[in-house]
Write a protein that binds this ligand. Structure first.
Ligand SMILES: Cc1cc2nc3c(=O)[nH]c(=O)nc-3n(C[C@H](O)[C@H](O)[C@H](O)COP(=O)(O)OP(=O)(O)OC[C@H]3O[C@@H](n4cnc5c(N)ncnc54)[C@H](O)[C@@H]3O)c2cc1C
Length: 431
């Protein structure tokens, strides 16, 4: 039997599940499909290996969907301070003490209770599945992928791997970086692989839950600490954290092949001295990192959102924050299209979605590239410049706070000087 919906969302990750909730609330009939099973959560379980720093803007959006309280009822760790500094060893930097190259953002300086939250991806996803399921117009179909999508003048037909067929006026591809929907709609991508990959390690450390997240920049890539929740009664006096180690693929392959004891020794040797004393490694995984931007966000009755439309270097933790901004914008455009003429795939409104989101996503992409190029090299003048740059940023609370407000999702404008620098980076014209 063929079921008909206003909208079919392919991918019930964080972005797809947020869209399902929002569109369900608009009174639309929505099916959201994911090839994976429903996410699971147990209060005593070790953290999901995938975690994300969620901005204040994302927190507000998730709150508006009713998901934020559910996230807090599971697990989420606020961070009130964020520090970045240069760890490259070069004769020139010996002249510049680290405290001059370190930039610390503090929520108190911004009169905010926190800068953001670190949340396990599975928890955000689970909360959003719950809010989507609570909407009478939303059906979640888990455990089957999409085999094919065809479109005609009035509707799209979606065939699932298990043989089911669905009809919809609009198909949203929220199926991640390797989006099948993007391919099926014939939408190409511009893609650039970085010379680095990211290894994420879930660890326990001795000490109370930290309220700071930090990142030291080495020429081979950043090394970052993201605090998580207390390890509870089973491990008194210990807390969980997520470490991220960016490096060349060969180096990460070597590290991943080590046993826990040897990896622990490598981490303690290689990470900045700020790392608390580790007691246990629970899990590790590595991720290729690429800058990728779909050539179009929509084609006929198909539109893309989140990682299906764009992926960025995760070094400042912005990917899903951008995805939530896409979701919020797309929901508005679909509401307006439905009100105006009844067709949620009205090309004028989908074009407005792309006009609004593409420049904003591109701007964040370029900013991440600016960071990547400034820090991932050993050229002395660049090296000195960035140290002075960091020192200057530290000395100018106004500029520093503007950058922080942008990263937190409070402001949507990047300071003009960074925007200009980012636009001058080579090889970015086609984005
Ligand atoms: C190391 C690392 C650290 C990161 N840290 C941060 C951070 O701190 N902050 C931040 O904002 N972002 C961060 N990101 C980015 C963030 O993880 C992504 O932007 C986010 O997961 C994208 O969400 P999404 O819902 O668009 O896609 P995904 O999370 O990829 O979800 C896609 C969903 O679609 C489903 N799917 C795929 N194909 C099909 C198919 N054919 N049929 C049906 N279902 C399908 C999948 O099962 C999945 O559930 C990080 C990324 C990496 C790699």
């Amino acid at each position: 039997m063929t079921q008909a919906f206003d909208i079919v969302i392919v991918g019930a990750g964080m972005v797809g599940a947020a869209l399902a909730t929002g569109l369900g609330r608009e009174g639309l009939s929505v099916a959201v499909i994911d090839r994976a099973a429903a996410p699971a959560y147990h209060p005593e379980s070790a953290p999901d290996i995938r975690v994300s720093a969620l901005s204040v803007g994302s927190e507000r959006y998730l709150d508006s969907l009713g998901a934020w309280a559910r996230i807090l009822a599971m697990r989420a760790t606020p961070y009130r301070r964020l520090a970045v500094w240069d760890e490259a060893a070069h004769p020139l930097t010996r002249l510049v003490p680290r405290r001059l190259t370190e930039v610390t953002f503090d929520a108190r300086d911004l009169s905010a209770p926190h800068l953001g939250y670190i949340v396990e991806n599975a928890i955000t996803q689970q909360a959003l599945w719950q809010t989507a399921e609570a909407e009478p117009g939303v059906s979640i179909l888990a455990g089957s992928g999409v085999a094919d999508v065809t479109q005609d003048h009035d509707q799209a037909t979606i065939r699932l791997d298990d043989g089911q067929t669905l009809k919809a006026r609009l198909v949203i591809g929220a199926d991640g970086a390797q989006s099948r929907i993007r391919d099926l709609a014939g939408i190409g991508v511009n893609r650039d692989q970085y010379g680095q990959q990211a290894m994420v390690v879930s660890v326990r450390y001795r000490g109370a839950v930290e309220d700071i997240t930090w990142q030291g920049f080495y020429p081979s890539g950043p090394r970052a600490f993201l605090p998580l929740h207390s390890a509870g009664g089973a491990f008194p006096g210990e807390s969980w954290a997520s470490l991220v180690w960016y490096d060349a693929p060969e180096q990460l392959a070597r590290l991943k092949s080590l046993d826990n004891e040897a990896l622990m020794a490598e981490i303690q040797r290689a990470f900045p001295a700020d790392l608390p004393m580790l007691t246990h490694i629970d899990a590790r995984a590595s991720f290729p990192i690429a800058r990728q931007h779909a050539k179009h966000y929509c084609s006929g009755r198909v539109v893309l959102a989140g990682d299906a439309a764009h992926t960025i270097n995760p070094l400042a933790g912005q990917g899903v924050n951008l995805g939530f901004q896409d979701a919020r914008c797309l929901q508005t455009m679909i509401r307006e299209a439905s009100r105006a003429g009844g067709d949620p795939a009205d090309s004028r409104w989908l074009a407005r979605y792309e006009q609004e989101r593409r420049p904003a996503n591109r701007r964040m992409m370029l900013t991440m590239d600016l960071f990547y190029h400034l820090f991932s090299n050993r050229i002395p003048p660049v090296h000195l410049l960035r140290n002075l740059g960091l020192g200057t940023a530290r000395a100018l609370p106004f500029a520093r706070n503007r950058v922080a407000r942008y990263a937190m999702g409070i402001d949507d404008q990047l300071p003009a000087v960074l925007k200009q620098l980012a636009e001058r980076l080579p090889g970015l014209g086609q984005l």
